[in-house]
Design a protein around this ligand. Structure first.
Ligand code: SAM
Length: 380
């Protein structure tokens, strides 16, 4: 770093500087490292805070009912604003962009944004790895347009193969078969491989681990990679209890009853999932263990909320207002300096600290924290 900032300024982030960060001496493409030596590689962009599902672990119906005030249209970053920021993040080291939400496919004309982001290049002239996370509900209608716009691949969330369990979990009576039709359409359009995320909640859908694994293997072979996500204490509305977390090691033990698996090496630095492959079929699965085996040490992700707040951790309690800079007329150099400044001060490692403070997995809830940001607003 060419500049030394007062430690308090870094802690308080952009607000401490009155919105104007000191000019950055870093060049485009030069690695930005945070206080723990972690580079910036991955930008997750929430394009809407709305979703058509009401999964109890994410947007429970009782909280997100028709009285809930979602963001007004004017608060949302426009496609031009998102693209401008994404370009600056690419200069700061981002190599991967993930569109998320809320349900990203609910954002009108999302394929236009995909097209704009697909045209971005890294300082080395490479395209960015452009992907999307969706609940799959309208994917069957959108897959061809998304592929044509330049989307490379995508992740579909699916928490059960049993229709009754799935309908209960999404809490809007949406059928499994309609999500599978979305995956079919994505593969047919050439969006491959498709990753499927299953959030495992003990006592709710853990009996789906083996059936979902088998069903996806039977229907898609190696074109779909299933990943099991530990139920996380994101946000403050999902009633999270440690008791409801099924540790990834138990997921693995249950899968082993179907046959031996071999661990695979990580494909990318900072990868969230530990990869495994069934010896007999070659089917790959992933385990995302953010509760029981925190991976903060390699976390290279930044998150941009629907209304342009930058969050440096999924479990953050506050963001940094990049929209104010955009709409206040800041030039690219000023916004780039703000991004560099914020990343340089990043010291978040919530899951590692939670792990250290958490009692053994004996069902006791962890102490209440400050109110954390909701996941549908900053994206998964
Ligand atoms: N609507 C899209 C979807 O369903 O994939 C994108 C947004 S959603 C917030 C992104 C991912 O976060 C989904 O795979 C969802 O299952 C996961 N998720 C939400 N709340 C979670 C929690 N408490 N623990 C673990 N994963 C969670």
């Amino acid at each position: 770093m060419g500049k030394i900032f007062a430690i308090n300024d870094l802690r308080r982030g952009l607000a401490a500087t009155g919105g104007h960060a000191p000019a950055s001496s870093l060049l485009p493409g030069q690695d930005r490292l945070d206080t723990l030596g972690r580079p910036l590689r991955d930008l997750r962009i929430s394009v809407t805070d709305r979703c058509n599902f009401r999964c109890s672990y994410c947007m429970p119906k009782e909280v997100f009912d028709n009285q809930h005030a979602f963001l007004p249209q004017t608060a949302l970053l426009s496609f031009e604003e998102i693209t401008r920021l994404a370009g600056l993040f690419a200069n700061a080291g981002a190599r991967k962009l993930r569109l998320t939400g809320g349900e990203p496919l609910l954002r009108k004309n999302l394929e236009h944004l995909v097209e704009m982001l697909a045209a971005l290049r890294t300082p080395d002239g490479e395209p960015l790895d452009l992907t999307l996370t969706t609940n799959g509900s309208i994917l069957a209608r959108k897959a061809v347009a998304l592929k044509a716009a330049g989307l490379k691949r995508l992740t579909v969330s699916l928490d059960a193969i049993d229709d009754a369990v799935f309908r209960r979990m999404n809490d809007v009576d949406f059928a499994v078969e309609d999500v599978l039709a979305g995956i079919d359409a994505a593969l047919a359009a050439g969006l491959a491989p498709v990753k499927v995320n299953m959030v495992v909640k003990k006592g709710t859908n853990d009996d789906q681990i083996v059936p979902l694994t088998r069903a996806l293997q039977a229907r898609y072979g190696s074109a779909v990679v299933l990943r099991f996500i530990e139920f996380m204490d994101v946000g403050s509305t999902n009633g999270w209890r440690l008791d409801d977390v099924l540790p990834s090691q138990e997921v693995l033990a249950r899968l082993r009853e179907s046959g031996p698996l071999t661990a695979l090496p990580a494909t990318a630095q900072g990868e969230t999932a530990q990869r495994w492959r069934f010896d007999a079929t070659g089917q790959e699965i992933g385990l995302v263990s953010s509760v029981t085996q925190a991976f903060c040490g390699s976390c290279n992700r930044a998150r941009l909320s629907t209304d342009g707040q930058l969050y440096l951790c999924l479990f953050a309690t506050h963001g940094h207002d990049l929209r104010a800079l955009l709409r206040g007329g800041a030039d690219d150099a000023a916004i780039a300096a703000a991004i560099d400044h914020l990343w340089a001060g990043r010291d978040d490692r919530y899951s590692a600290l939670r792990g250290a403070a958490t009692p053994p997995l004996d069902g006791r809830p962890t102490p209440a924290d400050e109110r954390r940001v909701e996941m549908h607003y900053i994206g998964g």
